[in-house]
Design a protein around this ligand. Structure first.
Ligand SMILES: Cc1cc2nc3c(=O)[nH]c(=O)nc-3n(C[C@H](O)[C@H](O)[C@H](O)COP(=O)(O)OP(=O)(O)OC[C@H]3O[C@@H](n4cnc5c(N)ncnc54)[C@H](O)[C@@H]3O)c2cc1C
Length: 415
């Protein structure tokens, strides 16, 4: 008897699709699959509703997706301030540019509750406190080992598996064990401060394009406090970087904050693959979606592309069954729109002259003096090529230009 056959006979659950992770990409995929009548099981390693480190500023496109697919948001799914008007970019030259989102304000999501709400509304069956462990794809279906907390390992037999399990995706690692060694990993951490005085407009998410401050520096209001967040590399001290940024905000922007409480938090992030137009879509009957795929833009916005790519992964499975075609072939075609959108959001040329983000950067840029326009474009370029230390410098420049001139996004497949 083959190993796959033995696991099939042992299977505790038989489903059409198993989704790993109970977040936004998972909710969107599940919604499509359940609506098409496919038996869908979601496994989530944490207890639901679970905490998720995130600023929670959903782009207008993501907001539309939530409303259209899951209905109006419950109040519990929002932090205070409940809405965000747009983004303010700050530059080393001390130029600050505020840009309102197209189409009005967007919600400030409380991820613990918004994700759980979306998952429940997808209609899928959910097993929380249950971790994905490993999988074997026999070609006809996938045998997946899952581990309920405190229980015995179980086997799920699924026709397809979707890895919607976030940046460090165990599903991706099980398909491509070497992948994590091939990309740079960044860490982000945030602290919560009581406010003494804060001139930063609380209606906006604030982001610093400042190489000296690091790859990712942000601040915004939440539930009466001010969040100060920093990105840093392995080996850097989160506390030192945070202290540096807090001092910078005080010196340059007059932000006076009390020392942070003990409730700081952080995680590893796969920033960068989308910068050079490289994504991982999976193999055989296993699809990778959401941030696990590499969908994350320059200012760390990943919810809207998680929702859309998740939905596309579900649609690809439905199409594969309908047309009796290999699912990877369809997924890679259908996901092209998300690839283009996310890659463009890193492209300095697109940012300066088109509108890849959902706010009017060109208009805000044109409102500046000639000197400030030059400073801003130079500062953005310097920020993007910070990633050159990962030997990507030439690729960034060449590929940005190529995509701008020829609209060529065909080099998007990493694995
Ligand atoms: C500090 C910070 C701020 C951010 N701010 C914003 C923002 O303002 N706007 C925005 O759009 N994006 C923001 N993002 C990015 C956004 O949070 C992510 O891009 C988005 O959540 C990705 O969604 P996802 O569904 O792909 O995966 P995730 O939300 O990462 O969810 C993955 C799920 O899989 C589960 N899981 C992992 N391993 C297993 C396993 N072995 N078995 C079972 N389950 C497993 C996890 O517990 C989790 O629930 C921010 C991220 C960070 C870190």
């Amino acid at each position: 008897m083959t190993e796959a056959k033995r696991q099939d006979q042992q299977a505790t659950h038989k489903v059409d699709v198993l989704i790993v992770g109970a977040s936004l990409a998972a909710a969107a995929a599940a919604k499509r699959l359940v609506d098409a009548g496919l038996e869908t099981l979601i496994v989530e390693k944490r207890e639901l509703p679970r905490h998720k480190i995130c600023s929670g500023i959903l782009s207008p496109r993501g907001y539309r997706f939530l409303i259209e697919n899951f209905g109006p948001l419950p109040r519990q799914a929002l932090h205070d301030p409940t809405w965000c008007r747009g983004v303010t970019f700050h530059f080393p030259s001390m130029v600050s540019m505020s840009m309102d989102f197209f189409g009005g304000t967007t919600p400030h999501l409380h991820r613990k509750y918004s994700d759980y709400w979306a998952i429940q509304r997808s209609g899928a069956r959910v097993m929380d406190q249950t971790s994905f462990v490993s999988l074997v794809d026999s070609g006809d279906g996938v045998s997946v080992k899952i581990r309920p907390q405190g229980g015995e390992d179980q086997w799920v037999q699924a026709r397809f598996v979707i890895g919607a399990d976030g940046p460090s995706s165990p599903v991706l690692r099980s398909v491509y064990p070497n992948y994590p060694k091939q990309i740079p990993w960044f860490f982000v951490g945030q602290k919560f401060h009581e406010i003494i005085e804060c001139p930063l407009d609380e209606d906006y998410f604030h982001f610093w394009f400042h190489p000296q401050l690091g790859h990712y520096t942000w601040s915004h209001a939440r539930d009466g406090k001010q969040i100060v967040g920093v990105g840093f590399k392995r080996g850097d001290s989160f506390h030192k970087r945070h202290e540096f940024v807090q001092q910078y905000l005080e010196d340059k922007h007059g932000v006076k904050l009390k020392p942070a409480g003990a409730d700081h938090e952080g995680c590893a992030e796969n920033f960068g693959p989308s910068l050079i137009n490289r994504y991982v879509f999976g193999q055989g009957n296993v699809l990778i979606t959401g941030q696990a795929t590499g969908f994350l833009n320059m200012i760390g916005e990943g919810m809207s592309c998680a929702l859309h790519s998740g939905a596309i992964s579900g649609e690809s499975i439905i199409e594969a069954l309908r047309l009796n075609r290999p699912v990877q072939e369809l997924y890679r075609k259908m996901i092209a729109s998300e690839v283009k959108r996310t890659t463009d959001q890193w492209n300095p040329l697109k940012i300066a002259f088109a509108k890849p983000h959902e706010a009017d950067f060109p208009k805000a840029l044109m409102a500046l003096s000639w000197g400030d326009r030059y400073n801003v474009l130079r500062d953005i370029w310097r920020f993007v090529v910070l990633y050159k230390e990962f030997k990507w410098g030439r690729q960034i420049a060449a590929r940005s230009m190529e995509r701008w001139l020829y609209g060529n996004y065909q080099d998007h497949r990493w694995l």
